[in-house]
Design a protein around this ligand. Structure first.
Ligand SMILES: Nc1ncnc2c1ncn2[C@@H]1O[C@H](COP(=O)(O)OP(=O)(O)OP(=O)(O)O)[C@@H](O)[C@H]1O
Ligand SMILES: [Mg+2]
Length: 318
């Protein structure tokens, strides 16, 4: 089944070919979008509110159907199978966590496996393990979402996205609702999870710093999901493709514009106050290059590199 491939050796890549989405009221949310999303890497869609990010993401799991064009996973159009099965095989972390209010934490995490036929006891046992994975204490398992902080709810949302052990994980502004310090913690943990779990992640944000920290491939979008630039963080930082991109990465980052600096450990991402924001580690050039023609540099080691260090000076975001 597409998106649910038990063989970890199989490389799943997502491809958009001339995909357009026009809603019935005439809104052209996505206008002729084409992109290859490499497997086992994190691709980040970044752009202003309303530019079409959520629509792009929801077309991957068929919560939204394109008006025209083709989306395929590992070469197979996603329209060939059953959309419900497709969705159960793709992890989805919704904008604003999307937890079910009348389900306990453990049952929220276990929902999708139970729907897919995993016995409830087994699904709950796995859900408890996933709480460990996302850094939540198991004592929270019996609480309801309203009894959690915003950051805890977002971690539960991530655990739920991981519950079916999908090869593909879609994350829609998963840290939008938390304060900057918790956000840094969640970003660092996401970065660690990416390294440990080796998923194909498609991550949506309007925060360019978050995009550069988490993305192997960053896609900067204009209205209508028009691609302003696609590339690795270092490619975009070093060679913005247009004034729009230069403005976007400049103004969004305000006074603490990020730049690259060579150190004994390799290239690091430093802000204008000289604080290290992340470490650029060599990726697999061919994988990232599939979509970006890129140099294959990704951001990793964020936790170790001191994200969160000096977080007190952090801006609250746009
Ligand atoms: N069901 C719908 N019917 C009509 N228009 C829609 C619908 N869903 C989204 N849109 C419109 O499509 C455009 C893209 O919306 P989308 O939700 O993809 O943006 P986004 O980039 O995720 O924005 P945000 O950062 O605010 O979440 C917007 O103009 C939005 O108003
Ligand atoms: Mg959105």
């Amino acid at each position: 089944m597409i998106g649910w491939n038990p063989d970890p050796e199989v490389t799943l890549a997502i491809e958009f070919r001339s995909v357009t989405k026009q809603f019935p009221d005439g809104t052209l949310a996505v206008d002729d979008f084409s992109l290859v999303i490499p497997a086992h890497r994190t691709t980040v869609f970044v752009g202003s509110s309303g530019c079409g990010k959520t629509t792009l993401l929801r077309m991957i799991n068929r919560l939204v159907e394109p008006s025209s064009g083709v989306i395929s996973i590992d070469g197979e159009p996603i329209t060939t199978g059953d959309p419900v099965k497709l969705r159960r095989g793709i992890g989805y972390v919704m904008q604003n966590s999307g937890l079910l209010p009348h389900f306990s934490v453990v049952d929220n995490v276990a929902t999708v496996p139970v729907l897919s036929g995993v016995p409830r006891a087994q699904a709950r046992a796995r859900a408890l393990e996933l709480l460990d994975v996302v850094g939540l204490d198991r004592s929270l398992a019996t609480r309801y979402p309203r009894q959690l902080s915003g950051g805890q709810q977002q971690r539960v949302g991530v655990a739920r996205g991981l519950a079916a052990d999908p090869h593909i994980l879609l994350m829609d502004e998963p840290f939008g609702a938390v304060d900057p310090i918790v956000r840094k913690e969640l970003q660092a943990e996401t970065s660690r999870l990416q390294r440990d779990l080796d998923k194909t992640v498609v991550f949506v944000t309007h925060d360019i710093d978050e995009a550069f920290l988490l993305g192997d491939q960053v896609v900067i979008l204009e209205k209508g999901a028009k691609i302003a630039q696609v590339g690795s963080p270092s490619e975009i930082l070093e060679n913005p493709a247009s004034d729009f991109v230069a403005d976007f990465i400049g103004s969004e980052r305000g006074a603490r514009a990020l730049h690259l600096k060579d150190t004994a450990r390799g290239q690091v991402l430093v802000d204008s106050d000289g604080r290290t924001q992340g470490v650029l580690v060599p990726g697999q050039a061919d994988a990232v290059g599939a979509g970006a023609g890129g140099a294959g540099v990704g951001v990793g080691g964020v936790g170790a590199a001191g994200v969160g260090a000096g977080g007190g000076g952090e801006k609250a975001g746009p």
